[in-house]
Ligand binder design. Sequence first.
Ligand code: TYM
Length: 333
Amino acid sequence: VTRVLTGITTSGTPHLGNYAGAIRPAVAASRQPGAESFFFLADYHALIKVQDPARVQRSTLEIAASWLACGLDPDQVWFYRQSDIPEIPELTWLLTCVAGKGILNRAHAYKAAVDKNNEAGEDPDAGISAGLFMYPVLMAADILMFKAHSVPVGRDQVQHIEMARDFGARFNHLYGEHFVLPEAAIEENVATLPGLDGRKMSKSYDNTIPLFAPREMLRKLVFSIVTDSRAPGEPKDTEGSALFQLHQAFATPAQSEQFARDFAEGIAWGEAKQALFERLDQELSPLREKYEALMARPDHIEDVLRAGAAKARAIAGPLMTDLRRAVGLRDLR
Ligand code: TYM
C-alpha cells in the first residue's frame, strides 16, 4: 500500500496552480490500485495568514467543493478538515520538542519575511508571528500522523516535506520507529505554474486564475496574461512564456508540440490566448458545473467533512496513544 497525502490552505479561492500542482495529481494517484489517500483542508495553517473568520469559512467550503468536483470520492479516501483532528496540534507539540530551531530559521517563508524587514531597516522579526515560524512543524504533524509515503505538491512545498523527514527521523531516533519518512511527488511540467504576470501563481501575488472562474471571467483573465510586444507573424519564444507554460499544464504532449510550432510560426498573441482559453474551458467546464452544484449544498459538504474527520481520528487517536507512551506521558485513553 502507498499512502498519498496532501493539503491545501484555506486562505482564499483555489486557483489553477492548486489544481495542476496538487488536486489533479492527487486525485489521479488516489485511483491507483493499492493507494490509500489522505486529502485535507489546512485551516489551522490558514490562521497564520488570514485573520478574517468569514474568509476562512468561505475558503474551506470552496476548497472542499473543489476537491469533490475534481473527482475525489470521500468513500474511497480520507477527506477531512485539519482542525477537526485535535490529535494534530497534540502531535505538533511532540515534534516541536525535537525540531531544530536552526532548521526552522532556514524555512523559505520565514526567511523571506525576515529579509523583507531587514531591507526595510526594521527589527528582523517585526510583524512575524510565532505561527509563521512554526508552520513547518504543523505541516510535519499533518504528514507524519498518517504515515504518508508520497506527498503530491508544487515545488514551493518541497522544503517543508524535507523538514518533515528531518523531524520524523529525529523522533524515530529518540523514541523508536514510529514514523514513515515522506517524499515529495512533483510533476515536472506543472511544478511551478505561472500566474497572470509570469511570477508563480499565488494568492499572495494577486495574479491567480480561480479554478472555477465563470467562463466569461476565465476568458478575460486569460486575455490579461502578460506577453511581449511581438507582432503577429513574428516568431514567439516558448521559453519563459507564461501562456505557453499554462497551456502545457493542460495539454497532451502532442497538443503542446503543435502549440510550440504555432509559436515558431508567429501565431498572434490573441489567437494563442484564445487557444489557451478553449483548452482550459474544455477541461474545467464539466468540473465547474459540479462545483456550482456542490456550493449550493453546504450542509452536504459539512456532513462529508464530519464523516471524514471520524475516519481520520480512528487512525490518529491510536497513534497518539502510542506516541504519548513512547515519550513518557500518561495514557489518556
Ligand atoms: P497552498 O495552499 O499554498 O497550495 C496548495 C497546493 O498547491 C500547490 N501550488 C502550486 N503548484 C504549482 N504551481 C503553483 N503556482 C502553485 N501554487 C500552489 C502547492 O505546492 C500545494 O501543493 N503548506 C501547504 C498546505 C499544507 C500541506 C500539508 C501540503 C499543509 N499541510 C501537508 C501537503 C502536506 C500550502 O500552504 O499549500
